[in-house]
Design a binder for this molecule. Structure first.
Ligand SMILES: Cc1cc2nc3c(=O)[nH]c(=O)nc-3n(C[C@H](O)[C@H](O)[C@H](O)COP(=O)(O)OP(=O)(O)OC[C@H]3O[C@@H](n4cnc5c(N)ncnc54)[C@H](O)[C@@H]3O)c2cc1C
Length: 464
């Protein structure tokens, strides 16, 4: 006989497991199915293990510049196996944490692959064992995987996806990173700081193409100064891997194709949603450019079936997946939540320097017809930044000149990924420039730059 639940969730990433906890809080009898590891890509193969690696490369960088702080650190080096071990241990700890949370919230966990066989029915398969589940509500939270190049599949030895790049068995000497989104730039930053010779190729005219143009330009200069070779408006024509390395055929800005040798290549050109073999076709669940089509409550076109997270489309971010999950479950429980909207989702890149943003870029705000007030404050004007030895970067704010609405905020520099949330909250509370200007910011903090940027938009910055 089938096990019966109020809600069954396929996939336990930050979309699925957060939805499961919220559902349990709301009294729904909930089951979650996971074919790999609890916590999904985010904490096993994405957000968290990469941040553990980037922490290592950041400390390594500081150790090499110890003299700048009056310290001495001789013979600084690293053991790659131990660097990877630490990152895996951090991922493992969080995976155990999610296991604990499932238990605490009495969510039933099924190990295996879930397939929706009919509305309200799911089969879990693991090896030759199957279990049948029934639930009025089913959430698809199956996430996504790395996109391969059409002409060169990742082999894990020379041509790497993010999964391989996170557990290197040898240090690349000459690394080519294809794609300059957050994932590409983070890996480039990590390997460059660890001593590899890194080149990024980007098809579009600028790196981090979704960020504000001034941020892209700043990052271009900063990464170039660190020794990374950046080649924008540049395409990759072919990759030929051998036991010793990879030959890349690269088409430059001038249209000329050159052959270049690298020890390794990381392909960071986006993701493919996991929509296969979960029963979409048989049920007639609609997709749009490969992603499952949903409304603001994560409802698909088929009653009782919902989808959240990477499988539903951009932005492919953990916090977007979790938020969609919470809204979806609250709507199922009849709580009448605000429908999910994309206007206030922060985006962060944890490279050195870091990048963080929310809302519209200056160009997008202009395009949308706003008359603007723009403020920009540099790290060099901030006492804490100078004390930290981190005087590189800026904070930019974009306001609607007529209403004072904070349309967007864009930051580059040390710890901006922690700062951005201040603006996200301000936007959520529909604050205007007036309240932000009146707010008292602690001194000395990097956050004072957030104040100064707002003051600057209205010609009132103090320290510049
Ligand atoms: C290298 C890297 C770094 C990243 N860094 C960040 C970051 O710093 N910040 C950020 O916000 N985002 C980051 N992301 C993106 C983030 O990891 C994803 O947006 C997030 O994991 C999506 O969550 P999800 O729940 O939709 O899916 P996932 O986390 O992909 O989880 C889906 C789960 O479903 C399981 N599954 C799939 N099909 C089935 C099935 N049929 N039955 C059972 N289980 C199934 C999978 O095994 C997987 O565990 C990063 C991604 C990568 C690759």
């Amino acid at each position: 006989m089938a096990d019966t639940f109020n809600l069954v969730i396929l996939g336990s990433g930050p979309g699925g497991y957060v939805a499961a906890i919220r559902a349990a809080q709301l009294g729904l009898k909930t089951a979650i199915i996971e074919r790999e590891r609890l916590g999904g890509i985010c904490l096993n193969w994405g957000c968290i293990p990469t941040k553990a690696l980037l922490r290592t490369s950041e400390i390594y960088h500081y150790m090499q510049h110890a003299a700048d702080y009056g310290l001495s650190a001789d013979n600084v080096g690293f053991d790659l196996t131990k660097v990877v071990e630490r990152s895996r241990k951090v991922a493992g700890q969080l995976n155990m944490g999610v296991k604990g949370l499932m238990k605490k919230n009495k969510v039933t966990v099924f190990e295996g692959t879930g397939t929706i066989t009919a509305a309200g029915k799911v089969t879990v398969t693991q090896g030759d064992k199957t279990s049948d589940l029934e639930a009025k509500h089913i959430i698809i939270a199956t996430g996504a995987r790395a996109r391969d190049l059409p002409f060169a599949k990742a082999d894990g030895a020379r041509i790497l996806t993010y999964r391989h790049a996170m557990v290197p068995t040898e240090m690349p000497t000459k690394l080519l990173v294809i794609g300059s989104g957050a994932i590409g730039v983070e890996f480039a930053s990590f390997y460059n700081d660890m001593g590899a010779d890194v080149t990024i190729v980007e098809m579009l005219p600028r790196i981090l193409p979704v960020e504000d143009e001034e941020v892209s330009a700043f990052m271009d200069k900063a990464l170039t100064k660190q020794g990374i070779t950046l080649r924008t408006a540049t395409g990759l024509e072919a990759l030929d891997a051998t036991a010793k390395g990879v030959t890349a055929k690269i088409k430059g800005k001038d249209g000329k194709v050159t052959s270049e040798e690298f020890s390794h290549v990381i392909v960071a050109i986006g993701i493919v949603p996991n929509t296969e073999n979960i029963g979409l076709e048989a049920l007639g669940i609609e997709t749009e450019r490969g992603h499952i089509k949903v409304d603001g409550y994560a409802r698909t076109n088929v009653g009782g079936i919902y989808a959240i997270g990477d499988v539903t489309g951009a932005p492919w971010l953990a916090h977007k997946a979790s938020h969609e999950g919470v809204v979806c479950v609250e709507a199922i429980a009849g709580l009448n939540p605000h429908p999910f909207e994309k206007w206030n989702i922060p985006g962060c890149t944890y490279s050195r320097p870091q990048v963080a943003s929310v809302g519209m870029t200056e160009a997008k705000a202009k395009e949308a017809g706003h008359e603007l007030k723009v403020g920009k404050f540099p790290f060099i004007g901030n006492g804490k930044a100078i004390a930290l030895g981190e005087a590189e970067g800026f904070v930019k704010t974009v306001f609607d000149a007529k209403t004072g609405e904070l349309l967007g905020a864009h930051m580059v520099g040390a710890e901006v990924t922690e700062l951005i949330q201040g603006y996200v909250i301000a936007r959520q509370l529909e604050t205007t420039e007036a309240e932000l200007m009146e707010t008292i910011f602690a001194h000395p903090t990097l956050s004072e730059m957030m104040h100064e940027s707002v003051l600057g938009a209205y010609g009132r910055a103090i320290h510049i």
